[in-house]
Design a protein around this ligand. Sequence first.
Ligand code: SAM
Length: 306
Amino acid sequence: MYLRVSITDRCNLRCTYCLPEDAHFAPSRATVEELDRLMAAVVAAAGVTKIRLTGGEPTLAPGLVQHLRTAAWLVPTVGLTTNGVLLEGLVEELVAAGLSRLNISLDAADAEGFRRATRRDRFGAVVAGLRAAKRTGLSPLKVNAVATIDTDAPALVRFAIEEGVHLRFIELMDIGEAHATWAERHVPSAILQERLFATGFSLTETPERDDPTSRVWTIAGVDPAVTTLGFITTVSDPFCATCDRLRLSSQGRLFTCLFDEVGTDLLTLLRGGDLGGLDQAIRHAVANKAPPATFQRTAVMAAIGG
Ligand code: SAM
């Protein structure tokens, strides 16, 4: 099993499909220690072998380094998903704390496109963070871009080749803030692929996959050890049958599906001291993990961790 932990709801960007400009964030209900204990309980009860810290923006969470240390002690592979804005000054400490996989979310390959996508002027900071991460030797280094009708996919592919990173396009999901414009903005991966072929990229699909989520494509003339492409087809070709993901929120709730709105309140069980009940509740949730009734979610992505 693969556990994603949202360690804070807060974020320093306002990606148009994710958060409104005037977003209000619920303070984390679980303390750093409580979230670490819940992580440990889920790892033990569900047989987790990989943890990814996310958010909100995890680099804003004061407990980030401690959570990384705990996660690295619990499982062999510990990843972080970040917008990269604060990464430059942090990444060495994060690697020293046990970080082994890094995904940077970046929806545009230039400053103006970045500002339009995120409502903030932080493109340069993200690129500096990405380069600092490269210097640490973290590998594979991935950039995730949410695909919308505004996405300049060929420019992002060129950027990935130049910077020497792997690029994954994520289909826009009908979640929270994305709902109002989802139908007009969503672009299926097949259309993106057509666009890339049309602009001269020669792509070849490989039998490889990242986790269960995306097929890996190579680009003619580009070293696949350094740069590959992937398409996370959550909408056009959902991978529920092979999904092994669990999500723990900073409110101390466990979700077995990204589209689950309710989850299981693990924090109350932990605070009540009923550790047997906590273990049972996790096992029950995992045993009942099922595909969603609908691929729509009202709560914003930041609250569950993308
Ligand atoms: N702040 C961190 C970051 O930017 O990577 C971690 C949290 S963010 C919610 C995680 C990922 O979810 C980002 O790559 C973001 O672009 C993606 N995301 C947010 N809303 C989405 C949506 N409606 N559909 C698809 N991906 C979405």
